[in-house]
Design a protein around this ligand. Sequence first.
Ligand SMILES: [Zn+2]
Length: 495
Amino acid sequence: MTVLPYADALAAYDPVLGLEVHVELNTTSKMFCGCSTEFGAEPNTQVCPVCLGLPGSLPVVNAKAVESAIRIGLALNCTIAEWCRFARKNYFYPDMPKNYQISQYDEPIAYAGWTEVVLDGEIYRIGIERAHMEEDTGKSLHVGGATGRIHGADYSLLDYNRSGVPLIEIVTKPVEGTGAKAPEVARAYVTMLRDLLRALGVSDVRMEQGSLRCDANVSLRPVGTSSFGTRTETKNVNSLRSVERAVRYEITRQAAILASGGRVIQETRHWHEDSGITTPGRNKETAEDYRYFPEPDLVPIAPSREWVEELHETLPEPPTVRLKRVRADWGFSELEMRDVVSAGAVNAIEATVAAGATPQSARKWWLTEIARHANEVGVDLEAVGVTPQQVAEIQALVENGTINDKLARQVFEGVIAGEGSPAEVVTARKLAIVSDEGALAAAVNEAINANPDIVDKIKSGKVQATGALIGSVMKQMRGQADATRVREMILDKIG
Ligand SMILES: [Zn+2]
């Protein structure tokens, strides 16, 4: 696949984004029946005639899901419809047994909103077209192929546990004027949305489990023009970093096509995490293909203004206000906060501080040690496998002198590798600092005896030479000694 270098693409073309985010609500039951929504159960154990689409079954709307939809709409500054209906979106797919999905079409519950994201200290306003309610489909599992896709598979399995789980689809208006920052703005938007939805308490927002999913629409137009180019919609983008990478890749791919006089095809594309490219999916359906019509089995939704007003009172603080507040609370510099925001670490740090760590130590671990693991594996921070609680525990072990920063890195490694709690890893890997003065003194003596030339230097006033002896002691102690104490002991001994 030919791509244009990113800088060349941006010199000639202006990207326009459109982001569609599907969020699975964390209601205990499904959108239109009483089945459980618990993730990870045995396949097809959480199903009933309604979510299996059996003839004669009738859906009933989950009031809690409507409440969550309204709160999401309000948090995104949307107008809440006084009256709206569900619609049938007709298409065939094996994981959708009714052959239509109950969704909303021209009457979404929330519309015409906006939100803001902060990137590198700048605020970008993102228009929200709509937030509507719908049900999730089941899941297909293609067995036997190399890629996990249907092509080349021997057979497919279907799991309808997810069928009918409440979803909210949040659609932005075209996002213009981001220029070269488009990929990062896309990532910042999804990060902000994730944090906001979590603060609302309406979803688990776990991208790696699919409870938050993003489709990224990208189109290009020649710099200086205003009409939109043909867009593609990239699916399968299941981490924050993939959002950024997928948008960046599409910009360079489309630019190469346009620069060579070609035409971008309007289509759905798939993102491939491993190779970092998108490949064509199906040609994009238009609304007519879905033959939408109002769902005759459900009554319209007409939330009272009093109820909407009540729900308004339950909203968390807006994202930009929250960022200002936590920066002040944590005493971070503008630059420190920028890094935290772009790493998507605000929630993680907040939770780590709540678990007892200082803001600076929480920032340090999330942005260095954990970020390094996340990069190596290619996942988001929160999918690395260490919890804020554990980060706080490791920091507490540093502060009470059980380990030092260097040993803490090994504790992180162990926790991430699934070896147990921080304390268990310290014990199992024998990482605790040796505070046994006898053992330390023996190591100090050995270092002194083995390095008479260095001892002479120290005696003649070159105190900085102590470093070499400390190093020798630390080596003997496998790093498990308190360097300050070792230094004291050496100087006592020689002095
Ligand atoms: Zn059911």
